[in-house]
Ligand binder design. Structure first.
Ligand code: PMV
Length: 320
């Protein structure tokens, strides 16, 4: 009745933005991501018949505001007639700040719940359950380069290349550590309702995804860089064009973009991507990673920099 799991966040290179079904949390577009290795969320879970309600502890403190989402996810994995659970999670990076902490948290949660309840679900079934809680979490069930495709019925998630086959590095420039002002679900709904660019975003996604898929297959960094930056900036254009506008960037985010542009002018193999928060993630070849890290660290407004390679999907750590 007890299990511990670990998962890493993933960073989308071709982004998920928009929902085709808000209630079932089904993405409007397909996406492609890389799973990280050095950032992690660790999740311990125990079903206990003596408990009178679920309890949640995040990084050593009770987290009542996140409890409803966690309880709902457990109901989906185990069934609503389940025993209550004691859930403890910790992460080694800021949570709720555009660093995909919900992705690693829900990926680890479904793996731990499945084991603790003895359900024995296969990985794609777990990915669907994690995805119902947080769309991007479905991708953290898998490692390396991960593609998520969505239909009106469901999602399919698969690893298209493993982490060792193209060992890219990701440098994360943290430019603000507080939680984001607007959650991604609310922001996506607003984008779909009000942004004049939303329909073009939907139309162009499969073409972007095909280019990225080819780039991964061919290990073509320049091709991946061009399509990933374009896709990221289109997603943010959809947000900026919403009413009221959704702007997650700050001055340091823009300064980091300039740093990446300068590194590209110096012929380093690096590109940026930014999610629903002010942090910039620079993806690069391993030989350039140290230069990229140092340049972002020196960029005005950067609080700290984290470096990661690509890693495995969510997995069980131990079973009591
Ligand atoms: O999984 P959510 O609901 O937090 O959505 C996150 C969406 C982006 O991070 C902005 C893009 C992506 O594909 O991860």
């Amino acid at each position: 009745m007890q299990a511990v799991a670990q998962a890493q966040p993933n960073i989308a290179l071709i982004k998920y933005w928009g929902k085709r079904d808000v209630d079932r949390n089904l993405p409007a577009v397909d996406s492609l991501s890389v799973t990280l290795d050095t950032l992690w969320t660790w999740m311990s879970l125990e079903f206990d018949a003596r408990l009178e309600q679920d309890t949640l502890d995040v990084n050593g403190s009770e987290a009542p505001s996140m409890l409803a989402r966690v309880s709902h996810c457990l109901d989906l994995v185990v069934g609503s007639g389940r025993a209550f659970a004691r859930v403890e999670s910790s992460s080694n990076f800021p949570i709720g700040a555009g660093l995909a902490s919900s992705a690693s948290a829900f990926a680890a949660l479904v793996v731990a719940a499945d084991k603790a309840a003895g359900s024995g679900l296969e990985t794609n079934a777990l990915a669907r359950l994690a995805g119902a809680a947080s769309g991007s979490a479905a991708r953290s069930l898998f490692g390396g380069f991960v593609e998520l495709t969505a239909t009106d019925e469901n999602i399919e998630v698969r690893e298209i290349a493993d982490s060792a086959s193209w060992p890219l590095e990701v440098i994360i420039a943290v430019t603000a550590e507080g939680p984001k002002a607007l959650g991604s679900t609310e922001a996506m709904i607003r984008s779909a309702r009000t942004s004049p660019f939303y329909s073009s975003w939907l139309e162009q996604q499969s073409a972007d995804l095909e280019i990225a898929r080819q780039a991964v297959r061919q290990r073509d960094f320049a091709k991946l860089a061009a399509v990933a930056e374009h896709n990221c900036l289109k997603m943010h254009s959809v947000m900026w064009g919403s009413r009221p506008p959704i702007v997650y960037w700050n001055q340091a985010t823009l300064a980091c973009m300039e740093t990446v542009r300068a590194l590209q002018a110096d012929r380093l193999s690096v590109f940026f991507t930014i999610d629903a928060g002010p942090q910039l993630k620079a993806v690069c070849l391993p030989e350039d990673a140290e230069f990229v890290r140092a340049a972002l660290e020196q960029t005005a407004g950067v609080i700290r920099v984290m470096r990661s390679g690509l890693g495995p999907g969510a997995r069980l750590l131990e079973q009591a």
